[in-house]
Design a protein around this ligand. Structure first.
Ligand SMILES: Nc1ncnc2c1ncn2[C@@H]1O[C@H](COP(=O)(O)OP(=O)(O)O)[C@@H](O)[C@H]1O
Ligand SMILES: O=P(O)(O)OC[C@H](O)CO
Length: 495
């Protein structure tokens, strides 16, 4: 019997999901963990707590399925990307909290480096922009701010990893210090064309190269779990950053295919094939997956606030009790009001890349209330996606005009939001039957490497549509509304 275990370590929660021979998600266990905000724009996680969520959710999922650890054929790991962990090689203890991808503490330093003209080297080597979003400046911050860290790192006593790397280290009892190409390419230290850590970037950022993990394909032998951890030695055979895993789970294997995932943030990836496309519109060039040493590239648009705006309605404004209440509330909004919410809580991501800007609401009247705010929050996700799709289209104007966007993530369950997305993009939006596409991508990598799941083509045929949302908004209204959004974004940027 085939059982593939996917560990999906996201920004707000950890999920362990067991997949059977049919590649359908079965028993699942999930745990949220604490978000720490020690300062304005700072976001941290406790890696030890993340590790404990893995230690608990894996046995919990197995127990629900009535399975033992020894029944698991292979493990696939997918994870929040860019987030930085530095730990002691001997004890496995982190020297600092994990600095999360959303954290902007290195914004000023990035700005200075940009002014000194270093962004060109960064983009040319890594396909990224010089932004605090990525791992390298966060890693340097730990080396410069934790007592003795730089000396210990230079002496080879400290290791760096993104979350996948740290979890593999823990799962294998400290035997494997590895990552995969999709995670490596988000560090701002990895040469995406040559395929290896960039010496010049490590020098520029003063990162000792001996801290860095070995980079493997996305389907590879990452190590075997220490029997002490779960009670069995299970091979880890698949690893991908969560947005790349979703691209794989959505079977976006052909150039021109795109997916957009609506979790805490929103990340749209467009497969561009064997050659990296350098964006002229401030999108990122990234590795979508790598098999047999050969990368397939994607253009990526990253938005920092998507589902997070719903969390803010719940935890900040307290106008809803649960995320699922947003849509029913938005549906009661007064159609005559046109509030626009720019949710730049931690700055704006693609294609603006402005860390300093903050959010705003436009169009408030005396009659504006929770329903109008909820609708504006959901619409902000559609408008931001349109910004990304505009940039992608400008970079690749010859793309198929009959293209569709495949969607997934926690927010994709909202029909209203997906319909608005189709309307504002003027593009069909396809929601698959399996919305756990991130975990599915990781499971497929591991199962395919183990030889129990099919190859790429057959896996792609397995993708099934649950619902297509077709654009229905009249063109004039669509363009007027998008123009209003652009004016709102311009206003916050000049405020
Ligand atoms: N029914 C819903 N309507 C709108 N947003 C939702 C709904 N359900 C969940 N969300 C949002 O989706 C996000 C969770 O999605 P998930 O894919 O689990 O995110 P992550 O991997 O970032 O933790 C949360 O930010 C939540 O606010
Ligand atoms: O955990 P998610 O789903 O919000 O994804 C986070 C991204 O990987 C950050 O780049």
């Amino acid at each position: 019997m085939t059982h593939i275990l996917a560990i999906d370590q996201g920004t707000t929660s950890t999920r362990a999901i067991l997949f059977g021979a049919d590649m359908v998600p079965g028993a699942m266990a999930q745990e949220e963990f604490a978000q720490h905000y020690p300062d304005n724009g700072w976001v941290e996680h406790d890696p030890r707590e993340i590790w404990q969520t893995v230690r608990r959710t894996v046995p919990a999922a197995l127990q629900k399925a009535g399975r033992a650890p020894a029944d698991v054929t292979a493990i696939g790991i997918t994870n929040q990307r860019e987030t930085v962990v530095v730990w002691d090689r001997e004890t496995g203890e982190p020297v600092h909290n994990a600095i999360v991808w959303q954290d902007r503490r290195t914004a000023r330093w990035c700005h200075e480096m940009k002014e000194q003209g270093h962004e060109e080297l960064v983009t040319q080597k890594t396909g990224l922009l010089l932004d605090p979003y990525f791992s390298s400046t966060k890693l340097a911050w730990i080396l410069d701010n934790v007592d003795g860290a730089r000396d210990r790192a230079e002496a080879g006593r400290l290791l760096f990893g993104t979350i996948d790397s740290y979890l593999i280290w823990k799962l294998t009892g400290g035997r494997s210090h590895v990552t995969d190409a999709t995670n490596a390419c988000r560090t701002m230290l990895y040469d995406i064309r040559k395929g290896g850590w960039s010496t010049s970037l490590c020098e520029l950022l003063r990162i000792p190269m001996k801290m860095l993990p070995e980079v493997l394909d996305s389907a590879a032998e990452f190590g075997t779990t220490d029997p002490e951890v779960f009670g069995a030695a299970v091979p880890i055979l698949g690893v991908a950053g969560d947005q790349q895993a979703a691209t794989i789970g959505q079977a976006c294997f052909a150039p021109g295919m795109a997916k957009s995932t609506y979790g805490t943030g929103c990340f749209a990836l467009l497969n561009t094939g064997a050659e990296p496309v350098q964006s002229a519109h401030r999108l990122l060039t990234t590795i979508a997956y790598q098999f047999d040493g050969t990368p397939t590239y994607a253009l990526e648009g990253s938005i920092f606030v998507a589902g997070a705006v719903v969390q803010w309605l719940r935890d900040g404004l307290k106008i809803i009790g649960a995320a699922s209440e947003t849509q029913p509330l938005a549906e009661t909004a007064d159609p005559a009001q046109r509030l626009i919410l720019v949710p730049a809580f931690t700055g704006l991501g693609a294609p603006y890349w402005n860390s300093d800007v903050r959010g705003a609401v436009f169009g408030l009247t005396r009659n504006s209330g929770p329903a109008e705010m909820a609708r504006a929050a959901l619409e902000s996700v559609g408008f931001q996606t349109r910004d990304l799709m505009e940039a992608m289209h400008a970079d690749l104007p010859d793309q198929d005009s009959d293209a569709v966007l495949r969607v997934d993530g926690g927010m994709a369950v909202s029909d209203w939001t997906m319909q608005f997305l189709a309307d504002i993009l003027n593009l069909p939006v396809d929601r698959p039957e399996v919305t756990e596409t991130t975990a599915l991508g990781a499971a497929w990598l591991a199962g395919m490497k183990a030889g129990v799941y099919p190859g790429q083509e057959e896996f792609a045929r397995h993708w099934a549509l649950e619902r297509q949302f077709d654009p229905a908004m009249p063109e004039e209204e669509r363009e007027a509304r998008y123009a209003a959004w652009k004016r709102a974004v311009a206003a916050v940027q000049s405020a």
